[in-house]
Design a protein around this ligand. Structure first.
Ligand code: GUN
Ligand code: FE
Length: 447
């Protein structure tokens, strides 16, 4: 593999912390897929005078462009994409049995899986999702097709073969022994690729799909292979009731997982809408992360997740699109939904301050990177990090944002900030001109 040496010159945006977003004019150099240098425009010019950039591809950003870290989707279901926008008229448990399990059953057909997954990975990269944490289906070969598509298209990903051993009306589950053998075999196969952009993730679907024996065993497998674990928690009130009824010895939903040793710093839990204060304290002490999925929480009428409260308790939070409970595959949409839900919670319940646009950028990049234990590699443009990035063109031809001759933002710095704000509030995939994963260009509309 030989990487192109590149240097971007213009507006550079990336989070420093939840509420500090750095937006500067400068240069950012990429060598061997990593950020090798960053500095001011003046420093760039001085180095230019001594021919320091002679073997670099110099990319001069226009006054409508900026670069930012790639978006991280901490929770999505690749096999559910054919149902996107459909079947959202039922609450979670009915929706699963009526629409979702029957569709996921089809992925026993590896050819069907391959055709869907090719499209899903391509679509997500075009929308700027440089890292995705996927649930696939319960099928080993079908899930390998997702791994193959991710590798083919150059996305960074965690891929989970979904584990389920509790019977359901759709007949969508595995016997326990087969399930355990398949998970271990799947992990070994993915690890055998020694591909640094992809990792297997242990994926018990949720406490109503897996019994204690299976979950305890999955926790041991995760530890043995150093894998992360993902599942769902406390998304819907009927779900919570049923989990507590099935586990009378546990005082909470989180305790069911904790008893099986699933909760630790390598665990990412989706939703967490109805977590009690004791559960939040438990998750904090176990250093568990949460994937906030505002679109599906609203579409399936599950509830409003008090993200500010989780953040105030020092829980690491990333964003999830949660297709197809969520109706939109893009992290940009999840950012806006997170801001909206948080605003509604502030109005209705006084849980505030609501998530602002800078915080939304952080949750979608650095927050996701932390939640997936990838903070040492991605999430910011610090020197040494791998270059997962988006080149945004705010006034792209045929894009959603019109340019008016109206200098509302006075001065260069305000103009740079306005570019980022407009993209966050109004942008879509048409504004994402280029996408890079570890310094490799995986989307380019500028050619
Ligand atoms: N809980 C268990 N499985 C699922 C799923 O596929 N989607 C959502 N939103 N919640 C779940
Ligand atoms: Fe989900």
């Amino acid at each position: 593999m030989s990487w192109e040496k590149m240097v971007f010159v213009g507006v550079i945006a990336f989070p420093r912390s939840l509420d500090t977003l750095l937006i500067t004019y400068g240069y950012l150099a990429v060598e061997n897929g990593k950020v090798s240098k960053r500095g001011t425009l003046h420093e760039f010019s001085e180095m230019e005078k001594v021919n320091a950039w002679s073997d670099f591809n110099v990319i001069r950003l226009t006054d409508s462009q900026f670069i930012m870290p790639g978006l991280v989707d901490c929770h999505t279901h690749a096999p559910q994409f054919p149902n996107i926008g459909l079947g959202l008229d039922r609450p979670l448990l009915d929706w699963l049995e009526r629409y979702t399990f029957p569709l996921e059953k089809r992925y026993v057909d590896a050819q069907f899986a391959a055709s869907v997954y090719e499209n899903v990975v391509r679509r997500l990269l075009d929308c700027g999702t440089t890292t995705a944490c996927y649930f696939a289906s319960i099928h080993l070969e079908g899930t390998m097709e997702l791994v193959k598509s991710v590798i083919k298209h150059g996305q960074r990903a965690l891929v989970g073969k979904v584990s389920m051993n509790v019977r359901n009306n759709a007949g969508y589950y595995n016997e326990t022994e087969k399930e355990i053998a398949d998970v271990e075999y799947f992990i070994k196969r993915v690890l055998s690729f020694k591909h640094d952009l992809i990792a297997p993730i242990v994926t018990p679907r949720f406490a109503l799909s897996c019994d204690e024996q299976l979950m305890t065993c999955l926790a041991k497998i995760a530890e043995k292979y150093g894998c992360l674990v993902q599942t769902h928690i406390s998304e819907n009130l009927r779900e919570v009731e049923q989990v507590l009824r099935n586990n009378p010895k546990c005082s909470s939903y989180a305790e069911v997982y904790d008893k099986c040793k699933l909760l630790n710093h390598k665990c990412i839990l989706a939703h967490g809408v109805y977590l009690t204060d004791d559960e939040i304290t438990l998750l904090m002490s176990r250093k568990v992360s949460v994937a906030h999925c505002p679109a599906s929480n609203t579409r399936l009428k599950s509830g409003l997740c008090p993200v500010r409260k989780l953040l105030d308790h020092a829980i690491t939070v990333g964003l999830g699109t949660d297709v197809s409970g969520g109706d939109n595959a893009t992290v940009l949409d999840a950012m806006r939904r997170a801001m909206d839900v948080s605003t509604h919670l502030e109005f209705a319940q006084g849980i505030g301050p609501s998530i602002g646009w800078k915080e939304a950028v952080c949750l979608a990049t650095l927050g996701g990177a932390k939640a997936l234990n990838l903070e040492d590699k991605i999430g910011t443009f610090d020197v040494g990090k791998e270059f997962d990035a988006l080149l945004i063109d705010v006034y792209a031809a045929n894009g959603p944002i019109d340019r008016y001759n109206h200098a509302a933002e006075k001065g260069k710095d305000a103009a740079a900030t306005a570019l980022v704000k407009r993209f966050v509030y109004l942008g879509d995939d048409r504004n994402i001109a280029q996408v890079y994963v570890k310094g490799i260009k995986v989307k380019d509309t500028m050619i």
